[in-house]
Design a protein around this ligand. Structure first.
Ligand code: ADP
Ligand code: MG
Length: 327
């Protein structure tokens, strides 16, 4: 169990982590989300023992993680950290870079272990290529393999796919995350990409200006976001006065609605007129304007005529789920 107990950290005057507390079960996968500058990288660095905290404590089981003032060589053996700026040996091969991180006590297994790790990062054909000749994304994958070499109990990933192209990113997620689950490795993944989170994370922690503003199971967080900032981490979202819906015309509250959650009708719901169509491949995001002049985004299988008028409705069930959100 990872226990984060009320930690705070500042760079000079400015507080970057503000009284963060949470527990992380062994083998579970936590995504740390938040806008750029919200403190994701700092939180991971603190957990790895790279920072001296202003206050609070960090424990992995019964062992306390201490900062550089108390621990000259950061990084406990049970924990690995893949930084945003990975640090490899450029003049040796991919295989040698990985081998350097394998245990000296298991020499006879090295070949097989290197092969296994090359498969996870999908660089089997690059085993003998010098790291300096790899692309940024390939280097990032080698950094991942090195972190996994000695099978840590807990792995801290800071935007692990940031330099990897879209196509490869998807393949890697599907090879890396299930591998970590299967090995029972506890994962903390700092990311702003919802595709890293949906279908892989058990729980999500949301940071804003160094404060933890949510910590929940992924489905719960997505279905009942407590504020627009949280819902926006998963893409476009509408925040509308609920009074736009006839049944709630007296109510002073706003409601968050993802574009795909509207039902389009010819006559029921609130009226919008179409101002733009955005092609998304399998569907369109339609940009409309509601009677209160607010822009509303909703999805439709086809493009709609500009200036057409349609009615948007949302299910009662959805309203009930979201209604607790006050302005
Ligand atoms: P994120 O990873 O979510 O983008 P960071 O943890 O990198 O955010 O940064 C959080 C805040 O701390 C930002 O305001 C950033 O400017 C500041 N910060 C990060 N590193 C340093 C540093 N070495 N010195 C001073 N301020 C820093
Ligand atoms: Mg960062």
């Amino acid at each position: 169990m990872l226990s984060i107990k009320n930690i705070s950290f500042s760079y000079q005057e400015s507080k970057v982590l503000d009284q963060i507390s949470f527990l992380l079960e062994p083998g579970s996968h936590l995504s740390v989300m938040g806008e750029s500058g919200s403190g994701k990288s700092t939180l991971l660095k603190a957990i790895y023992g790279l920072l001296d905290l202003d206050s609070g404590e960090i424990f992995w089981n019964k062992e306390q993680v201490l900062g550089p003032n108390f621990n000259l060589v950061p990084g406990e053996k049970y924990m690995r950290y893949v930084a945003q700026d990975f640090d490899l040996m450029p003049f040796t091969t991919v295989a040698e870079n990985i081998a350097e991180f394998l245990s000296v006590f298991e020499q006879e297994n090295h070949e097989a272990r290197i092969q296994e790790l090359l498969e996870v990062i999908e660089l089997v054909d690059f085993a003998n290529v010098k790291v300096k000749n790899l692309s940024g994304g390939q280097k990032q994958r080698v950094a991942l393999a090195r972190a996994l070499a000695q099978e840590p109990e807990i792995l801290l990933l800071d935007e692990p796919f940031s330099s990897i192209d879209q196509f490869k990113k998807n393949q890697l997620r599907h090879s890396l995350f299930p591998y970590l689950k299967e090995k029972g490795i506890t994962v903390l993944n700092a990311t702003h990409d919802p595709n890293d989170v949906l279908s892989f994370a058990d729980n999500v922690l949301v940071l804003k200006d160094g404060k933890m503003i949510a910590h929940d199971a992924i489905q719960q967080l997505y279905q009942k976001p407590k504020q627009k900032y949280i819902a926006s981490l998963f893409g476009q979202v509408n925040e509308l006065p609920i009074s736009l819906l006839k049944e709630y015309s007296e109510m002073d509250a706003s409601i968050l609605i993802y574009p795909h959650e509207f039902e389009i009708s010819k006559d029921a719901g609130f009226e919008v007129y179409v101002v733009n169509n955005h092609f998304k491949g399998g569907y369109y995001v339609i940009e409309g304007v509601a009677e209160n002049s607010q822009t509303v985004f909703f999805t439709n299988p086809n493009a709609l005529k500009i200036h057409a008028r349609v009615y948007l409705n949302v299910s009662l069930q959805l309203v009930n789920r979201r209604i607790s959100i006050k302005k």
